[in-house]
Write a protein that binds this ligand. Structure first.
Ligand SMILES: [Zn+2]
Length: 332
């Protein structure tokens, strides 16, 4: 991305092993993230930046110190690089690893993956082609939605409300269902996304937003609010809607990147809720998510509603920016 709104596809030098803990992968597929729209819209600085942080592919080369993946393995990696051995990683917060770095430059045919042992997970074998989108989703949106559902303490007997019907919100619905939630309320006003939300397990749809959305959630929960709420948008309105929809003593998991959100202390104080959020420690969930996909127990790949060859990446960004696509898969 040369500058906001200016995406180009060009030839670059092949990556090489720089550290003994690196691996080089040839990507099988990559995609455009909702968060890639922040620089695209000029909210985050961008200047000739190599884009992309979601990836699956085949290991082509490994450094001398790499032990858990080998050449030829099909691998899925988290969008945050982690050593997976430090105290923070061992506590399950790999996205805050002492050595954490955000993956970048993955919208490319090849990539260097630092900290390969702590970042990559090999699949049980070479996947069938129809599993590729789902495995790619595990790299970020599925892992992030799953983390949000876990952070919101989703589980059996719980009523879960999901604010946001983008890819991450839809994946949080999938996760809530897998985690045994009794009732899942999707907050969405797009017919296509409502359909997908129901496919992934939503039992109720709420179209209202802001205070009206909160009132509707309360109406559906005997005046109490939901046990578990996922915030997957990151705007002022959506965040306060999520706080308001959480019952006293309930749990809010927030994963929408929330640059401009101001949370009035007193509102949070009187809400009396648990909150946990931030960049998802996807690495914690990857082995389990890969197995669920491998066993065809879940089908997260349906969040991709547009597939383009990587040469047309600029059109992919436009389609997501103009909301003509939820999530764009790029192929080689
Ligand atoms: Zn670590």
């Amino acid at each position: 991305m040369y500058a906001p709104g200016d995406v180009r596809v060009e030839d670059r030098q092949d990556p090489t092993i720089l550290e003994p803990t690196d691996a080089i992968i040839r990507l099988t597929a990559t995609c455009i993230c909702g968060s890639d729209l922040w620089p695209y819209r000029g909210v985050e600085p961008v200047d000739h930046t190599a884009m992309g942080h979601e990836y699956v592919g085949i290991v082509e080369e490994i450094g001398d110190a790499v032990q858990t993946v080998k050449v030829g393995d099909f691998v899925v990696g988290s969008f945050v690089l982690s050593d997976n051995t430090c105290e923070i990683c061992r506590a399950g917060f790999q996205s805050r690893c002492e050595h954490a770095e955000f993956a970048s430059g993955m919208q490319a045919e090849k990539a260097r993956i630092p900290l390969a042992d702590g970042t990559l997970v090999a699949t049980p074998g070479q996947p069938d082609a129809d599993l590729i989108p789902s495995l790619l989703a595990a790299s970020d949106v599925l892992g992030t939605g799953w983390f949000a559902a876990v952070a919101a303490e989703t589980g059996p007997g719980k009523t879960v409300a999901v604010v946001g019907d983008g890819a991450v919100g839809l994946m949080a619905i999938l996760a809530a269902k897998q985690l045994g939630a009794e009732r899942i309320i999707a907050m969405s006003r797009h017919p296509e996304r409502q359909k997908l939300a129901r496919f992934y397990g939503a039992t109720d749809i709420v179209e209202e937003r802001g205070d009206e959305g909160v009132a509707r959630i309360k109406e559906l929960t005997g005046g109490l609010g939901a046990h578990s709420v996922v915030e997957a948008v990151g705007t002022q309105e959506s965040f306060m809607q999520a706080v308001g929809a959480t019952r006293g003593g309930g749990h809010l998991g927030y994963v929408g990147v929330n640059y401009d959100v101001q949370i009035p202390g007193i509102q949070l104080f009187f809400a009396g809720i648990h909150t946990l959020g931030g960049p998802a420690p996807v690495r914690r969930f990857l082995p389990n998510l890969i197995q669920l996909i491998w066993d065809r127990a879940i089908d997260p790949g349906k969040v991709f509603d547009l597939t383009l060859p990587i040469e047309e990446a600029a059109e992919g960004y436009r389609a997501m920016d103009e909301r003509r696509a939820t999530k764009v898969l790029l192929t080689f």
